[in-house]
Design a protein around this ligand. Structure first.
Ligand code: SF4
Ligand code: SF4
Length: 208
């Protein structure tokens, strides 16, 4: 009898422990169900990168003194500084400079230690290419000014997802008669701008 009671006791303890783990797991799941979707309608919309975002490196050829500090501080000695010594002036002459973004880990060491500040990290992150050799940027490609999400007229810059109606967590919950349905995000933004109730009523009517 004593053995039986001990077995029952241990069974109950295990069952309670399992229930506790299930509760912990489901509490996380249900907490996420209450949140708004975080999908961005790329490429129509793009999130604004943070101020210190470490994207594609920008390089200014005219400022570079070919000191190769950037090569020495790079964990993989990546930047290629191509220079020759001018025997008359006894000074280095820079020919070319390149960084292979297929290998770069965007740690920012080269930018941090460059004595002339000719390197800087931009907010450009769209570096996809069909051929990985195209990711090897020479000084001309590195000197290109970066694309900016906030000034690109074809992109709606987003700080957060703001085009769902207040209180709606799921895009599928929007009624088919809502003027937002079937519209591109920028059209929804236009609609959301402060306009008279009359104009909004017209939009609803057209959609119906
Ligand atoms: S550290 Fe700066 S100045 Fe020196 S070679 Fe590199 S990019 Fe040029
Ligand atoms: S960001 Fe880092 S890995 Fe890339 S070139 Fe500079 S030091 Fe090297």
């Amino acid at each position: 009898m004593k053995d039986f009671l001990q077995k029952v006791n241990s069974y109950i303890k295990e069952a309670l422990s399992a229930a506790k783990y299930l509760y912990n797991g489901f509490s996380v799941t249900f907490d996420h169900l209450r949140r708004r979707p975080v999908t961005v309608q790329y490429p129509y919309e793009k999130l604004i990168p943070s101020e210190r975002y470490r994207g594609r490196i920008h390089y200014e050829f005219d400022k570079c003194i070919a000191c190769e500090v950037c090569v020495r501080v790079c964990p993989i000695n990546l930047p290629v500084v191509d220079w020759v010594m001018n025997k008359e002036t006894k000074k280095k002459e820079l020919r070319n400079y390149s960084i292979d973004f297929g290998v770069c880990i965007f740690c920012g060491n080269c930018v941090e230690f460059c004595p002339t500040n000719c390197l800087s990290m931009t907010e450009e992150y769209e570096l996809a290419a069909f051929d990985r050799h195209n990711l090897n940027f020479d000084n001309i490609a590195l000197g290109r000014l970066p694309t900016n999400v906030t000034t690109d007229p074809s992109v709606k810059p987003l700080k957060e997802l703001a085009y769902l109606p207040k209180g709606v967590m799921d895009p599928h919950e929007i009624s088919p008669s809502d003027p937002r349905v079937g519209k591109l995000p920028e059209e929804v933004y236009d609609w959301m701008k402060p306009v008279s109730n009359e104009t909004k009523a017209k939009a609803v009517k057209t959609n119906n």
